[in-house]
Design a protein around this ligand. Structure first.
Ligand SMILES: Cc1cc2nc3c(=O)[nH]c(=O)nc-3n(C[C@H](O)[C@H](O)[C@H](O)COP(=O)(O)OP(=O)(O)OC[C@H]3O[C@@H](n4cnc5c(N)ncnc54)[C@H](O)[C@@H]3O)c2cc1C
Length: 448
């Protein structure tokens, strides 16, 4: 389906005062994910704009999936039954300056939320590479940005409101719900329909972004820790060619005590003299401002600007989380695969993320480095190279991103997540009949 058509329908939904079926797909049009690589198993998409509507809908359906902003590259959000969208629930419900929290409708995207927070003097700790994704969908899959002291985006969640399979509304908070909270936040869409999310805030801050070109691989190897520690958020982009990291993106807070000192060279890499796209040949028009121009946090933390097509557009993505202590070894292991990887690759990105306690988070109890692949849209080729990468990264206990493409077996996933049995029990508590399950969850989590 044409992305503009999807967005038009989404806007139409927002004006509708009752549970609205969206049966208006043009003949031959299929409902797809953002990248267009997944044609969903049904076109039956309904929308709700109140919690009561969500309750009524959930009660009636024997099986359903809640769809966010449909940015996952795999079948985690898919269903052959029926979709519910809570995208019309996209308003801030409460801003609590004392507690430093914001509560929002689960349909809201970071792009909608962030400017509001900034105007009111607040910021989130971090953002992903793009602002277009829904808060609920992103947190459900442990979506992350970069920065060795920053947890993934779900670590900002302090409470959730969930409509469970029976239609009951359940509130789960960090303060009151201990283990249930740790199991529910990265919930993979398996526990119910999230209708509200409460996020921790901090005072708003300004940032500057700098890009360096051509970091020699040897320098990365010798100075990885220093490079990652040099700023609030650091991303390394490489095509694995010519023994180099093509671009180092440095996102620095402007406060004097922590500001990055933008010298002309960084471990042999040269400060760029114009804005760059992560794929240097592409126009930087859709990228956030660089060259040290100060701007609000939400306009520097993502790589891609709201209102533009993020990333390269036609692409597939995969990503693996490796314990931070194995970062350099793991990066060099992938680099050795360059001849197999590069023909299918648009660009790779390496980021760091702080450990968290969420049961199904790939950063559970471990500081992590992520090795990401933006692929050309050629699944037959990508599906052949993924097992090769996964084999190479297996000694490091690499965990795949829940929202991206992988071929890791369900048995292996079970071995990688010690809390998976507890997560299954929690999901069964809220959804005993598997109303919110789909093939992806049945295969990868619930065991067929
Ligand atoms: C161009 C691009 C760039 C990306 N960059 C990054 C990045 O920088 N870092 C990163 O980690 N990931 C990144 N991703 C992946 C993306 O962040 C995740 O796939 C994220 O889950 C997308 O959120 P969504 O709302 O679109 O999810 P969807 O695909 O719509 O849904 C994802 C899951 O969340 C569930 N869900 C959604 N809303 C609800 C709800 N209200 N209640 C219950 N369950 C719900 C769905 O059922 C499904 O299981 C990127 C993706 C794209 C396309």
């Amino acid at each position: 389906m044409d992305k503009r058509f999807f967005l038009k329908l989404i806007s139409a939904m927002m004006a509708t005062p009752y549970i609205a079926p969206l049966l208006a797909w043009a003949a031959g049009e299929k409902l797809k994910n953002w990248a267009g690589n997944i044609e969903y198993g049904t076109d039956r998409l309904y929308s709700a704009d109140t919690v009561a509507q969500v309750q009524e809908f959930v009660k009636k359906q024997p099986r359903l999936k809640v769809l966010g902003t449909h940015h996952c590259f795999n079948h985690i959000a898919d269903t052959t039954d029926i979709f519910l969208s809570v995208r019309p629930m996209d308003k801030v419900i409460a801003l609590d300056p004392q507690a430093r929290t914001v509560t929002l409708g689960a349909g809201m995207s970071y792009g909608q939320l962030a400017p509001y927070l900034h105007e009111h003097g607040f910021a989130l700790q971090n953002l992903a590479s793009l602002p277009h994704i829904s808060v609920a969908g992103a947190c459900s899959t442990a979506t992350h940005g970069s920065g060795e002291k920053n947890g993934n985006l779900s670590t900002a969640v302090s409470a959730l409101e969930l409509v469970t399979a029976s239609g009951e509304v359940v509130n789960i908070s960090r303060k009151q719900d201990g283990d249930t909270f740790l199991g529910a936040v990265v919930g993979l869409g398996a526990l119910g329909a999230i209708t509200k999310v409460t996020l921790d805030l901090q005072p708003t801050f300004m940032m500057k972004q700098y890009v360096y070109e051509n970091l020699p691989l040897d320098q990365m190897k010798e100075h990885f820790d220093a490079i990652e520690a040099s700023a609030y958020s650091v991303s390394l982009f490489t095509d694995w060619q010519n023994q180099r990291i093509n671009e180092v993106w440095i996102k620095s807070r402007v406060e004097p005590a922590v500001a990055f000192n933008a010298t002309p060279e960084l471990f042999g890499a040269k400060l760029a003299t114009k804005n760059l796209h992560p794929i240097a040949e592409l126009s930087a028009e859709n990228c956030t401002e660089q060259m040290g121009v100060p701007g609000p946090w939400y306009d520097r933390l993502p790589h891609f600007r709201m209102g533009f097509t993020p990333s390269a557009g036609k692409e597939l993505q995969s990503e693996y989380f490796v314990p931070r202590k194995h970062a350099v070894e793991a990066i060099l292991a992938v680099e050795r695969l360059r001849d197999q990887v590069s023909p299918h690759l648009l660009i790779s990105e390496i980021r760091t993320i702080a450990a968290d306690d969420f049961w199904m988070s790939p950063c559970h109890k471990q500081d992590s480095v992520t090795i990401h692949f933006t692929w050309k849209p050629d699944w037959p080729s990508v599906s052949k190279v993924l097992p090769v990468i996964e084999k190479e990264l297996a000694p490091f206990q690499a965990r795949p991103h829940w929202g991206k493409l992988f071929t890791v077996s369900p048995e292996r996933l079970r071995a990688l997540y010690e809390k998976m049995p507890d997560f299954i029990a929690l999901a069964k508590k809220y959804d005993p009949q598997g109303k919110f399950r789909n093939d992806f969850l049945n295969t990868n989590i619930f065991g067929g």
